[in-house]
Design a protein around this ligand. Sequence first.
Ligand code: SF4
Ligand code: SF4
Length: 343
Amino acid sequence: MRIMKMQSKFLDVFLESLEKFGSLYGPVRRNGVLRFEKLEKISDLEISDEVPMIPLKKLFHPMKFTMLQFDERGFSPDYSVIERRVIIGVHPCDIHGLLRLDEIFMGKPADPYYTGLRENSSIIGFSCMPSKSSLCKSTDTDMIEEGFDLFFVNLEEFYLVWVGSSRGYDMIREREEFFEENVSHEDIDRYVEWREKRNAKFEQKIDFNNMPDLMELSYNSEIWNYFAGKCLSCGQCTMVCPTCNCYTVTDVFDVTNEAKGKRNRMWDSCMFVDYSLVAGGHNFRGTRQDRLKLWYTHKLKSFGHEYGRPGCVGCGRCVETCPVDINVITVSTALTTREVPKQ
Ligand code: SF4
Ligand code: SF4
């Protein structure tokens, strides 16, 4: 992989030139909340250490869209959700989240909507400093070596730019006068200093290697009564987690012709009471405790068994979002110490 250097003053002009590769998307602040959106102008882009509230998954696994139209003769897929895009300002944890979703949606059989969005999107990653909730050092997702076209490490007056794909090279060729091939010893020193400074800022540490065994051993532990007594079943933890991917489908019929209609797909949450409700009225996970155990078994144990890496990419969003402090830190601490937080 090639690494080049670009002076910071060229950034906006370079990013604007990427419009040739698709519509520009990135973090934008609306009503005080940072979110991934289509950019109306490059000055709307807010690249910062903060992660957008809803992760990058929303651009590949949309919250709600129409999958197909049907009538008496059959159905026709609706791929209108797919467009060519360049997504700017993506942190390493969100790129790792996307690589996890690739395993789920692009295995056999592949999801054509996710695959279409993935193949038509370019990813421009940016480095960040950890927040007090960041766990990505513990999940080994604080840096990224694949899954992007370009990745910018911010060293203040200049960026080091990792080129991760042939499309990334094409992007650089658009404005090659901005990029320097030679990275000096002083530049490398600056990069090493930046990494050391960043490493020292992590406040959270979890030993994820122990979690599969502790989840298994603690399945009937009292700690789950404590967390279940607090959980509101609101589903926010699943909405903000970059690796949660459950959805449901609903057929919407035309009022004038009941053989005609469309099939919509929308996010679902295993924290919702009716998630495991089946025909006949039986609910496999009717209690909050069962649903919490399902979520944490998936994040801390079974995803790793299936794909070789934990289902947590350490973004810290569940820590920031859960209104009653149930998150990967409080749960893994309780699993490790067998003690629940003091009230
Ligand atoms: S764990 Fe927290 S965020 Fe998740 S459903 Fe329960 S209350 Fe909501
Ligand atoms: S479990 Fe929490 S910290 Fe881990 S990826 Fe999901 S939201 Fe982020």
